[in-house]
Write a protein that binds this ligand. Sequence first.
Ligand code: NAI
Ligand code: MG
Length: 362
Amino acid sequence: MSNPSLLILPGDGIGQEVMAEVRRVIDWFGAKRDIHFDVSEDLVGGAAYDKHGTPLHDDTMAKAQEVDAVLLGAVGGPAYDDLDFSVKPERGLLRLRKEMDLFANLRPAQCFDALADFSSLKKELVAGLDIMIVRELTSGVYFGEPRGIHMEDNMRVGINTQRYTEAEIERGARAAFDMAMKRSKKLCSMEKANVMESGILWRDVVTEVHADYPEVELSHMYADNGAMQLVRAPKQFDVIYTDNLFGDILSDCAAMLTGSLGMLPSASLGAPMANGRPKAMYEPVHGSAPDITGQGKANPIACILSFAMALRYSFDQGDEAARIEAAIEKVLADGVRTGDLLGDEDTVGVSTSGMTDAILAA
Ligand code: NAI
Ligand code: MG
């Protein structure tokens, strides 16, 4: 059987630097664990614009559709800020998500004990925190029609429409229940069924899907209360399923409970392909960090943890993913820090590659 295939799209700025470290991790798995991938690499974002005049070449899009998983670094940077909207680096990322139909965005919020002091919350509230937010990514108010700004009675009116079909709610719900089955079998669905019809439908459909997952303990919560509960007692949650807008906000909120942007991975999954694996793209939450690009300061952990998510969710290698996470836990406990984890401007931590050295050694 041929090796599973990975398409690597480093993108711009520190995307290129952290992805170089992921390649070292991939090579380590080949050498030490006899786990091999067919890796190809291509351009996205500003890097693709520089070469092709578009943030995502059609050939790259076609490749992304064929591989078992895409790993993306980050896109954008000041050099591209003045480009026309149609060719902005972010458009490359959005096109990938849209054409691959990646409807389930997985955003873990996991607190490594050694970093619990970094949280804006009290240490005991976040130590050991491990939650997973499943955000519907391809529908809802960011896409619904009608939309726009128009004149009405001599006044400008801005419109966006929250629109969900039951099929859209259902496929995301199945992804969330599947996730709950792989974790502690606890799922909390969040909407605003008290004031939004789309929220009523959301609650109904999630309840219907629950019939297929009797082992999972399902609860419902209004999203505003969810926000309160996340900062009050985040450890009450395991998997959270919510819509595009609420998920955008709640996942950023939950993630920041755990520390630095340089630590946060994500995955976006679509429908199963012919081989049973879901369409998938894995990427760190952070951007291209122009302020530290080219200085060897970027924390590679978010990107390395994104690869760990690929091992777990695309390649059924949960034990190997845990191997990476345990190594990261150890190096953090040993005090190894990139600059973003030090908090003190005057202290110099290890470099990007130095962090990877430590992780591979562990
Ligand atoms: P950013 O995430 O690039 O940086 C925010 C701050 O966090 C900066 O001070 C940066 O140095 C720091 N930081 C981020 N990742 C880090 C890491 N791995 N290690 C150490 N420090 C890290 O967000 P910002 O500055 O708002 O955007 C910069 C560019 O990135 C923009 O062009 C933006 O459009 C793009 N961007 C791209 C994203 C993506 O590709 N998914 C997501 C967010 C922003
Ligand atoms: Mg956001």
